[in-house]
Design a protein around this ligand. Structure first.
Ligand code: ZN
Ligand code: ZN
Length: 175
């Protein structure tokens, strides 16, 4: 596994220059943040859909990039969405998460392109969910949720028709 530090300045590298895959970045930042709950162990797992059973659910937002595999059109969205589902029992916790895609607006491609997440946005949403876990499962005070996103104004308004999170009903809130 590659080693990275998680200071925002170091992480603010362009996506193309990343040497680690995004999945590894998620895991490394998660482990650093959730180390606070030792001796309890917490795991981060990516899921394609809502897992069954009882979970605490939390939706967050970030600025993300998309790139169409068919026509190579690229676009930015301030409404990159993520849903977390958290559960804790027998000294073990699980944080499941799902990322939502968007369809290309420049061609007729029907598939949802995967969002590319900036490392500092990954760190922000994981920091938020870590504090949420600390509050829900450990009774710790909840610091305010970080709402800041990478600066930038997308040229076009959000297109709900092409947004997977809108289709799933998690894009409606204003954040
Ligand atoms: Zn396209
Ligand atoms: Zn949406």
């Amino acid at each position: 596994m590659c080693s990275i530090t998680t200071t925002p300045a170091v992480l603010a590298v362009p996506i193309v220059k990343r040497t680690c895959t995004e999945a590894v970045v998620w895991q490394v930042i998660f482990m650093k943040l959730f180390y606070r709950f030792v001796p309890h162990s917490w795991r981060l797992v990516s899921v394609p859909n809502r897992p069954s059973g009882r979970w605490h659910t939390f939706v967050d937002s970030a600025k993300v990039r998309f790139s169409c595999k068919s026509c190579e059109h690229g676009w930015t969205s301030m409404k990159g969405r993520i849903t977390f589902w958290c559960a804790f029992s027998n000294n073990t916790g699980v944080v499941a998460y799902r990322l939502y895609g968007q369809q290309c607006g420049s061609c007729t491609g029907e598939s949802y392109e995967s969002a590319m997440w900036y490392p500092e946005e990954i760190e922000k949403v994981l920091w938020n969910i870590c504090n949420r876990v600390a509050h829900v499962f450990y009774g710790l005070a909840r610091p305010p949720i970080q709402l800041n996103r990478r600066p930038g104004k997308p040229k076009n308004p959000h297109n709900s028709e092409k947004c997977q999170a809108c289709k799933d009903g998690v894009c409606a809130e204003r954040r």
